[in-house]
Design a binder for this molecule. Structure first.
Ligand code: DMJ
Length: 570
């Protein structure tokens, strides 16, 4: 039995209203009707044909218009009802007023069927949901374990709160921000006998506090930033001036990991944006001196391969170790990112940084770039003692955004072309999976005959709620204004909501992106999901292109925006 839906009801109501106004304007319409009847049959048919065509085009193009506005396409029901009206209109072509009624009704129906999806609100909702779980089960601890409704501790410094501060500010979540601010002011203490990783605590804690200070102007955050910055300094007291990986922020001692005296290349070269900014704000040069020295040493170090760097560096000798392995993924990724970003931060006045970056991108093109056999997807593989390995970490998906940022800052146009190709590849790493979520690592198929572009090994099928693809989508949208990047991002957010959202609060990393029935929740919400992933979603969907303008801010590798300096570094 047919029962009218809300939309039909609105349509019917509109029809009633129309009949009333029809009576009121009876005379005007009668003269209109007379004129219509004076037309020849051919003339009338022609007009009706044109009207019908107009309507059909309207209906066809309606979805793309509405999507650009963040709305949904016309629902099947509305479409069916509209077509019925159209059919009726043509059928009753002898009755022009009825046709007019139908046309008006269809237009109104189109209007009432637009249900705009407020994508920004959906990001806020996702944040609130994540925050709810953290607040209820993990408040003051480093990370939420949403499935077991408990928490995980890494440094014991409330990492999620600090990492998420500027996201809350940007998303306009005032209440949540205030409770977090209060915790930082009253509960957060760095005077703790605890070992922290220099890189992770710099990008998440120092970076988070500095950016929140810039956004809010609240001195309390700067004081906290100074406190942690000073406590991390012992890491740089090594024979080579290449920092140790770990620091005890309570005791003021530093050391390498138990099993080696090596540090990871990406880690020692991705603390520079934060320490340089701390020097600028405090007028104390000690922070920038230690990190600039690392860059100077790496700049002139032998063992690079056309600008590509090995993954480890020894804290005693200051030399590269494990030579011959080159990747843009884990352990090397943010070295390349920070070359460009330091150059931008310092107002493009440090030529060594630019030189190293440009050389490295040429090295990538020469040694690491290939296309998959089936769909010719451009990807960045790895080099292992001159053997090419078609393996790409999801972490590499920061690269399209970084390349685009470089091109935006005047670097070669082919960097942008490469960015667009790699963005497509990262997108495919999501849509070719059954859950619509990328695995941690993929292997590309170089054979043209076999159907699949990517193969995922069982051990690589997890997704940790990482941000890199969303980050690059944000950069590419800002620079191209192509709405498809927003749509790709939207699909990813929907997949996160479908497969990683935990009903009681929070989102979880999952074990298997290829199994939508049992994706295997891992019971961990990384702080970067709030600090980075959700922030980049928000910036991707925001129409305010001046919100954290990329000509004024440079984002650290944990998505914390820091200002581009107006004056060159001293
Ligand atoms: C974050 O901590 C940073 O983005 C880092 O550069 C890489 N790993 C995670 C996110 O994947």
């Amino acid at each position: 039995m047919y029962s009218p839906s809300r939309k039909d009801f609105i349509a019917l109501t509109l029809s009633d209203q129309h009949s009333r106004s029809y009576n009121n304007g009876k005379h005007r319409r009668q003269s209109c009707w007379r004129k219509w009847k004076q037309l020849s049959r051919l003339q009338r048919s022609l007009i009706l044909f044109l009207l019908a065509l107009l309507l059909i085009f309207g209906l066809l193009f309606y979805p793309s218009f509405s999507e650009q506005w963040g709305g949904r396409p016309l629902s099947p029901l509305s479409l069916a009802v509209s077509l019925l009206y159209l059919h009726a209109a043509i059928d009753v072509s002898q009755h022009a007023p009825v046709l007019c009624v139908c046309v008006c009704r269809m237009c109104l129906l189109c209007i009432v069927s637009v249900k705009p999806v407020d994508r920004l609100e959906m990001v806020r909702e996702a944040f609130r949901h994540a925050w709810k779980g953290y607040k209820e089960f993990a408040w003051g601890h480093d990370e939420l374990k949403p499935v077991s409704k408990s928490y995980g501790e890494w440094f014991g410094l409330g990492l999620t709160i600090i990492d998420a501060l500027d996201t809350m500010w940007i998303l306009g979540l005032k209440e949540e921000f205030e409770e977090a601010r209060k915790w930082v002011e009253t509960e957060l203490s760095f005077s703790k006998n605890v070992d922290v990783n220099l890189f992770e605590s710099t990008i998440r804690i120092l970076g988070g506090l500095l950016s929140t200070y810039h956004l809010t102007g609240d001195e309390m955050f700067l004081e906290k930033a100074k406190d942690i910055g000073l406590r991390l300094m012992p890491a740089f007291k090594t024979p080579s001036k290449i920092p140790f990986s770990d620091v005890n922020i309570g005791k003021g001692t530093a050391h390498p990991p138990r099993w080696t005296s090596d540090s990871t290349l990406a880690e020692v070269t991705s603390v520079q944006l934060e320490f340089r900014e701390l020097s600028r704000l405090t007028h104390d040069p000690q922070y920038q001196e230690v990190v600039n020295e690392v860059m100077r040493l790496v700049h002139k170090l032998p063992g690079k391969h056309d600008g590509l760097v090995p993954m480890f560096i020894n804290t005693n000798s200051g030399q590269f170790t494990h030579k011959g392995v080159f990747t843009l993924g884990a352990r090397a990724d943010s070295y390349y990112e920070y070359l460009l970003k330091q150059w931008i931060q310092g107002g493009k006045t440090e030529p060594d940084l630019l030189e190293d970056y440009l050389e490295a991108i040429e090295g990538v093109k020469k040694h690491l770039l290939r296309t998959s056999g089936p769909r010719k997807l451009t990807f960045v593989g790895e080099l292992n003692h001159n053997r090419f390995n078609p393996k790409m970490d999801h972490l590499v998906c920061f690269l399209p955004g970084t390349l685009a940022l470089g091109a935006h800052n005047g670097l070669p146009e082919d960097h942008m072309e490469l960015a667009l190709q790699l963005m497509e590849t990262c997108h495919q790493m999501y849509i070719q999976m059954e859950t619509g979520l990328s695995p941690e690592i993929v292997h590309f198929n170089l054979q043209p005959y076999d159907g699949r572009d990517v193969d995922v090994k069982p051990a690589d099928r997890h997704n940790l709620l990482r941000p890199e693809t969303v980050e690059s989508l944000f950069y590419l949208y800002r620079f191209t204004k192509d709405a498809k990047y927003r749509d790709w991002g939207w699909d990813i957010l929907e997949s996160f909501n479908k497969y990683t959202r935990v009903p009681s609060g929070g989102y979880t990393s999952i074990s298997n992106v290829r199994d939508p029935v049992n994706p295997g929740p891992r019971d961990k919400m990384e702080s970067f999901f709030l600090g980075e992933t959700l922030k980049y979603f928000y910036l991707l969907f925001s129409d305010d292109l001046e919100l954290l303008s990329l000509d004024k801010y440079v984002f650290n590798t944990e998505a914390h925006p820091l200002p581009i300096w107006q004056l060159p570094p001293v």
